[in-house]
Design a protein around this ligand. Sequence first.
Ligand code: ITT
Length: 190
Amino acid sequence: MDLIFATGNEHKIREISKMLSNRFNLLGLKDIQCFVDIPETSNTIQGNAILKAQYVYDNYGKNCFAEDTGLEIKALDMRPGVFSARYAGEAKSSEANIAKVLEELGSLEGREARFRTVIAYILDGNIMTFEGIIEGHIAHQKMGTDGFGYDPIFIPENETRTFAQMSAKEKNEISHRARAFKKFMNHLNL
Ligand code: ITT
């Protein structure tokens, strides 16, 4: 059975496909010939997840799910949060985003942070949302080369390594995305 994930982010698709039972065939936006960068104009993570799922439902008439993720840093008043993708500008550069966060935090010691993912699932026009959070803190410099986005600077709770120093399997066992996705799968009774 096809399951459409309304995302253009190949890293997200790779992570989710590893969590999915092989009864499903995961399709991204490209697979349904959608090459639009869906506008994310809401000021909440949940709102943007819903916008992405709703866009595909309205324009392609297909049930699907989407997700929005934000990194919330306590000392930065929960920024970048909903602005995580474009924190350092429209180019959506992870390098630049990380550099901006590290510069803003400086040598500050209180570096508590969390990743928050909200999955929005739209079925015949009805929307449901599922949230996943992982607490942790921000490293003083980039560490590791795996993962994507802010992974090189995020150290999850009870760990000394960043997500980028962990295997994909290790990240998938505890991540914000995995926690939201588990709730979604439970809802589908899978
Ligand atoms: P969509 O097509 O799904 O919107 P996107 O890359 O634009 O893909 P978001 O709008 O959710 O994704 O942007 C979230 C930002 O947070 C973006 O800079 C990502 O690189 C980053 N991010 C998302 N999930 C992450 C994860 O698991 N680890 C590290 N960074 C992540």
